[in-house]
Design a protein around this ligand. Structure first.
Ligand SMILES: [Fe+2]
Length: 335
């Protein structure tokens, strides 16, 4: 026995090391998270209208997002109240987002550029639909502040693809380029998970609902909130061909979940104000944002309501006022 002891002492550490190596479990997937926010509509007291409550609400959301420590933030359009008119509003929110402690990826919404195209006046006489059509100049302005109008990146096990959907059915020169890029995404090797982000909802109630009639007062909002054919079906095919998990949209300001052909359509909340809260029995107009957790086999979403909703009063008209209704004499800040 005495002669074996030194040998045993020598072998034991190697045996233990081998044993621990054999029994070590495979490294498990570490879930990670990102945040999506939309329709923050941060405005300026230099404008003909200003809603300080909406700026307050964005600051509240921001304070709630930072401690979540997401890998990145997605902003799904309508960053500004009137960025389509005022470059300074785009620049201000860009500076704000750039100071966040994580990357931020942005697409424009109609308030940042201009609306989806219409070939005729709609049912509401408080706005001029054709004049609200997004223009190349407005898109140039947004791109000069924020960069590309469509983009894609892969982070860990997720590909995120997003684009300026006001271009769809517009006939603007950029639309053909956008379709070329969208179609090209279907040829990429799929990532384990794929999400798409756009501003308008692909549809209101069902994929096959057809185009809503903007001259019908009962259908105007459904038209205003959704993507018309033929772009809708073409986009859906791209979502299918890119093995999409989720499509996240904004613009409506009321949360609603749809599920079509295995794809989750997350109609997201706003932080500025709610709309269309009577459209669906299960629609939720609560202000807030989505916190997504990405696992190896799924993506889960959690809605985070704003901790506080501001009631500070501002000035000026809502909606899409006509040019003659923009009174800069009311501006709180005349610098
Ligand atoms: Fe919008």
């Amino acid at each position: 026995m005495k002669s074996l002891l030194p040998f045993g002492l020598l072998v034991l550490p190697f045996a233990l090391a081998l044993l621990s190596g054999c029994c070590k479990p495979h490294k498990s997937f570490e879930p990670w998270s990102f945040v999506h926010v939309a329709d923050i509509q941060v405005g300026s007291p230099r404008s003909f209208r200003f809603a300080p409550a909406w700026n307050d609400n964005w600051q509240t959301a921001r304070r709630q997002i930072v401690p979540l420590n997401p890998d990145f933030l997605l902003v799904g359009g309508d960053l500004t109240r009137d960025g389509s008119l005022h470059r300074f509003e785009l620049e201000a929110i860009k500076a704000d987002l750039d100071s966040l402690p994580f990357p931020c990826h942005v697409i424009p919404g109609n308030m940042d550029t201009g609306n989806k195209h219409s070939d005729r006046q709609g049912a509401r006489d408080d706005r001029e639909d054709v004049k609200l059509n997004v223009t190349s100049e407005q898109l140039d302005q947004f791109a000069s502040v924020f960069g590309p109008l469509w983009w894609s990146f892969t982070h860990k096990n997720l590909r995120v693809s997003a684009f300026c959907d006001m271009l769809l059915n517009s006939g603007l020169p950029r639309e053909a380029e956008l379709w070329q890029w969208l179609e090209a995404q279907t040829a990429l090797t799929p990532a384990p998970h794929q999400i798409w982000m756009m501003h308008y909802a692909l549809f209101a109630d069902s994929l096959d609902e057809g185009n809503w009639e903007l001259t019908d007062p009962d259908q105007y909002l459904a038209w205003y909130f959704t993507i018309d054919e033929p772009a809708r079906s073409r986009l859906m095919q791209i979502f299918i061909d890119t093995h999409t998990d989720r499509v996240i949209t904004g613009h409506i300001h009321c949360r609603k979940d749809h599920q079509v052909q295995g794809i989750a359509f997350d109609l997201a909340a706003a932080t500025c104000f709610s709309q269309w809260d009577d459209r669906w029995p299960d629609g939720d107009p609560t202000l807030g944002f989505y916190h997504y957790t990405v696992f190896d086999d799924r993506i889960e979403k959690t809605f985070v309501p704003l901790e506080n909703v501001s009631t500070r009063k501002g000035y000026g008209p809502g909606g899409h006022p006509k040019p003659e209704e923009r009174d800069y004499g009311q501006a709180w800040d005349k610098s």
